[in-house]
Design a protein. Sequence first.
Length: 64
Amino acid sequence: MKNKIAFEFFGQLRMWDIQDGLENLKNFFNEEGFSVDFFGTFWDDDYTNSLVDKGEFGNFKSLQ
């Protein structure tokens, strides 16, 4: 059985579209034997909604 780890991101998103470390973080923990889940609770604003529409949160298990 794999160990599990979860990350919760929350708040108002700023410059999310230029971040590139989330996949690297997931890969690192996978290589160390962890199953990784991402969760997000973000503001309901135009920026966040545009990212949701683009499918930018495909790695997230849950998004509010």
